[in-house]
Design a protein around this ligand. Structure first.
Ligand code: 8YV
Length: 309
């Protein structure tokens, strides 16, 4: 059997049900009891970016062989525990790079050219009553990318059409001759106009965007986060936006989703999206196919398509 703690994709559910006995945890009233009752028949978990497999769940399932996450980010899976217990782990890399990078550029344009605010200005009838204020030019500004991995590179490729120069910081350092490297995120923030956060969330990167980094980006700076909420010290971000110490922010992810700091709701210098960077039909189906491919490979004793552990 395959345990799904949360719904992730209707197409994936349907395809899994053709092949496996699927336990949909969100449909049962007493989850802990249900897991106990079925513990010995659950051999796989399919979670996502919000709910993966923590140590407690892994310990409850003695027959667990594989965690196949419907996400590229692995911060909600206890990888150490999986390694210890010989449980395989897979994710869904690459198939979502284009969408996430597209959305990062979309957010830059949205915040710098005030697209959402302009839309509200037209809809509310303000156009007839007041002049519209000028915005800020994107082309020619410096884009800084934190994390030049699969997604960061896709962002850089798109940014090349707008930005000069492109600069980056990556932990560990990712050699790239095309773009200028800064060894620290503070230096990166100090030397760019637009900072795009595109690195994985780990113990080392939690709150990597702290007050010092936000202040280095400054009152004209643009912060874009399409990675993970906890990479940013959220209360610091909120106060910087409220106080005008940071220019604008485009956010797809938050510290405690689906909670979003309500102080941001009244601000015009933010664009807020509900964690949708990979959310196109095409990409979500490709992610689902990877999950299925990995599970099939595992149960047929073939090499996994996208192994993490
Ligand atoms: C998803 C994500 O939004 O891949 C990731 O790491 O955050 C996302 O693509 C999520 O897993 C969809 O359920």
């Amino acid at each position: 059997g395959v345990l799904m703690p949360v719904p992730v994709s209707a197409y994936l559910e349907q395809e899994l049900e053709k092949r496996f006995n699927v336990f949909k945890l969100w449909t049962v009233p007493h989850k802990t009891q249900f897991i106990k009752d079925h513990a010995t028949s659950i051999r796989a978990i399919v979670g996502n970016a919000s709910t993966g497999a923590d140590a407690e769940l892994i310990e409850t399932l003695p027959k667990l062989e594989i965690v196949a996450s419907f996400s590229v980010g692995m911060d909600k899976v206890d990888l150490k525990k999986c390694k210890e217990k010989g449980i395989r782990v897979t994710n869904t890399p690459d198939v979502l790079n284009d969408d996430v990078a597209d959305l990062a550029i979309g957010l830059v344009l949205a915040v710098m050219r005030r697209l959402c605010e302009s839309d509200r200005y037209v809809r509310s009838g303000q156009w007839k009553k007041s002049d519209y204020k000028l915005t800020t030019k994107f082309t020619g500004k410096t884009v800084g990318i934190l994390g030049l991995g699969r997604i960061g590179k896709a962002v850089a490729k798109r940014a090349e059409a707008f930005s000069y120069p492109i600069v980056y910081c990556s932990i560990p350092e990712e050699p790239n001759l095309k773009y200028k490297y800064y060894p620290s995120v503070v230096e990166l923030a100090f030397n760019c106009d637009i900072l795009v956060v595109a690195c994985p969330l780990t113990e080392e990167t939690r709150h990597i965007i702290n007050r010092e980094v936000i202040d280095a980006l400054g009152p004209k700076g643009v912060l874009i986060n399409i990675a993970r909420g906890p990479l940013v010290d959220e209360p610091e971000l909120v106060s910087a936006l409220l106080e005008g110490r940071l220019g604008v922010a485009g956010l797809d992810v938050y510290q405690n989703e689906p909670e979003v700091p309500e102080q941001l709701f009244g601000l015009e210098n933010v664009v807020l999206l509900p964690h949708v960077a990979s959310g196109t039909v095409e990409t979500r189906n490709a992610m689902a196919d990877l999950v299925i491919g990995n599970l099939e490979a595992h149960f047929l004793n073939k090499p996994l398509l996208t192994p993490v552990v």
